[in-house]
Every structure is written in C-alpha cells, then in structure tokens.
Design a protein around this ligand. Structure first.
Ligand SMILES: Nc1ncnc2c1ncn2[C@@H]1O[C@H](COP(=O)(O)OP(=O)(O)OP(=O)(O)O)[C@@H](O)[C@H]1O
Ligand SMILES: N[C@@H](CCO)C(=O)O
Length: 316
C-alpha cells in the first residue's frame, strides 16, 4: 500500500496578524503548489527517506537532517508512548517548494509527512495531536513556535491562532471571490534571520495599531466586508524592519497599490510577496508586472491563486 499526501503553500502573517494569522493558497488551474510525501512499507527492515522534486537539491545532503526524517522520529516516539508498535517505512519527499521562500516551505514538508504517517497507521492521532507535533517541528526549524504556516497548510483556509492551547487555531471566513498573487523572486531568506531583524520591543503606538488593525480585519471577515478587511492588511510588526532585506520590495509594493491591488505584503518572512486582487483582470495585469519586475533568478515564479480550502489531502 502506498499513500501520497499533498500539503499546500501558505501566507504566514497575512501582514496584519504576525505569527497568529495564516492562509493556505492554491493556484487557479490544476497545478499543485506545495510538497508531496509518499509512504509505503519499507523494502528492508529499516526506514528510509529519499528525495525528488525541483528543490530537493536545496535540502541538507544527509536525509537524516531533513525535517521529514525528524517528523518520522517524533511520530514513532508518540506511537511508542501510546503503546503502539512501530514499523519500518520508506518515505519519499517530492520537494516542490523553494526553501526559505516565505511560502511555508518547511511547513509543507512537516504537514505532508505527519499526515502521511497518520494515514499509514490508520489515524492513531487526532487533528490536535497532529497540530501539536507540527508546531514542534516548525519550532525546531525556525527557532520559535509559530503555527501560522502549519495550521492553514494542514487545515486549509484562513486560520487564526487562538490563546486556548487545546484548540490552537480557528477557521476564519475567506473572501472567495478574491485572487491572491504569490510572487517568489527566486532568492532565499532564512526565517531565523528575518526574525532576528525584528526589534525586541515595540512602542505603545505600534501596540495599539496592531490590536486595532487585526481586530478590524477579523470583524470585517465575519461581516463579509472585503473593502474594510483589505484596507487593514497593514503590518507594523515585521514589514518595516524586513522590507530593506528584500530587493525591490518597497517600489514593487508602491506600484501594486497604485495599480489596483486591494492589499499587498510580505508572505511569511519573505521574500515572496502576496497581492490581493478583487478580480481576475487586475490579477493578470499585476502578475505580468511582477513576472517582469520582481523575479530575480530563473527559479522565481508568479502564481495567481485562490484560498486553498482543503489543506493537506491524499493525492494519487
Ligand atoms: N523538508 C524540508 N523543507 C524545507 N526546509 C528543510 C527541510 N528539511 C530541512 N530543511 C532545512 O530547514 C531550514 C528551513 O529554513 P526556513 O525556515 O528559513 O525555510 P522555510 O520553511 O523554507 O521558509 P518559509 O516558511 O519562509 O517558506 C533550511 O535550513 C533547510 O535546509
Ligand atoms: N510568522 C513567521 C512566519 C515565517 O514564515 C514570521 O514572520 O517570522
């Protein structure tokens, strides 16, 4: 029996909710933007991990340093803790997501791996158990615990991290008519480094702005008021300190907002930019602009996306 799980790209922060808001995205059409993990019974009596895919060569040379291998170790430990027996498995990671992209690349691998393992063992763990494990793995990679990529990648849609540690995340209504352009320029930005660029403390004014814009955004989501929601996609926590690390970001954002974008910002810790568009025509025009002006290497790409409402899923 072979099981294959796909886990989609996501926008961490969505600008207005640093570390507490995230949204999964999927390109319009049938392309899959995310990672795939395949699992089957091991051919020998030891587990293995092999890699394929466009970005496999960007990962650590030793598969045991891959986050997917760490997921296997954690999952096996949890199985043993719940008195279940562990079997050797062969895992294959199809690394379709660029590393250090701001698209939740490590989250895609973590989520696909843990969901595939859970399916293989016929679901010994529930969604909360899995989410805890995903958070642990993401923290190991980026140096701090934040669920804003793993939660939407796993569950789909827009997710708000809540203060109840048993619940962790709640789904928010998304604006289904809107398009989200994802422009990855083809350069790498380490999440750890982008977090180190942030101040340790913020002013009272920033604190008030953060609380007010996030609260207004959430209110607008529930009232289905896209104009108000996207007018509040403002980042006082990260963008002011990260924008100078991203070549061409400042002038690109100015152009996008002056030419029909409803909102634009840094996806996660960058360098990917996300752009919210109210219709397909604007999305196509701005996507052409980004292709011509924001890409900086041949590995860069631009996709017109919608919110991905499914999250991690079995694929054939
Ligand atoms: N399967 C994997 N996918 C992605 N990164 C991995 C994986 N396994 C190990 N790594 C390592 O983890 C680190 C991931 O770094 P980082 O968190 O900056 O990237 P990311 O998760 O790709 O970023 P982002 O969330 O912004 O897309 C890199 O050093 C990378 O080599
Ligand atoms: N919320 C995290 C997301 C990283 O992808 C950050 O901005 O550092």
């Amino acid at each position: 029996m072979t099981i294959k799980v796909f886990a989609p790209a996501s926008i961490g922060n969505v600008s207005v909710g640093f570390d507490v808001l995230g949204m999964a995205v999927t390109p319009v059409g049938d392309q899959l933007l995310g990672d795939i993990v395949e699992i089957s019974a091991a051919v020998t009596d030891v587990s293995t991990l092999s890699l394929s895919g466009e970005f496999a060569n960007k990962l650590p040379g030793d598969p045991k340093d891959n986050i997917v291998w760490h997921c296997l170790e954690l999952f096996n430990k949890e199985l043993i803790n719940s008195t279940k027996s562990v079997q050797p498995v062969d895992l294959v990671l199809e690394k379709k997501m660029p590393v250090g992209s701001g698209l939740g690349s490590s989250a895609c691998s973590v989520v696909a791996a843990l969901v595939a393992l859970n399916e293989y063992y016929q679901k010994p763990f529930n969604d909360s158990d899995l989410l805890f494990m995903m958070g642990k793995m993401e923290a190991q990679i980026s140096g701090s615990l934040h669920y804003d990529n793993v939660a939407p990648c796993f569950l789909g849609g827009m997710q708000l991290m809540v203060t109840d540690t048993q619940v962790i995340t709640r789904s928010l209504p998304t604006f289904d008519d809107y398009y989200w352009i994802m422009a990855y320029p083809g350069i790498e930005m380490s999440t750890k480094e982008a977090r180190d660029a942030l101040p340790k403390q913020y002013s009272r004014q920033d604190l008030i702005s953060y609380g007010q814009t996030l609260a207004t955004f959430i209110d607008a989501c529930y009232r289905n008021d896209p104009k108000q929601a996207f007018a509040n996609v403002v980042d006082v926590v990260a963008e002011p300190y990260r924008q100078s690390l991203l070549p061409k970001f400042i002038e690109t954002k100015q152009y996008l907002l002056a030419n029909g974008a409803s909102a634009a910002g840094i996806s996660g810790s960058g360098p990917t930019v996300f752009v919210v568009c109210e219709n397909k025509e604007i999305a196509e025009q701005l996507s052409n602009y980004l292709t011509e002006n924001y890409l900086q290497s041949p590995t860069g790409f631009v996709h017109i996306c919608k919110a991905d409402t499914q999250g991690a899923r079995l694929v054939s």
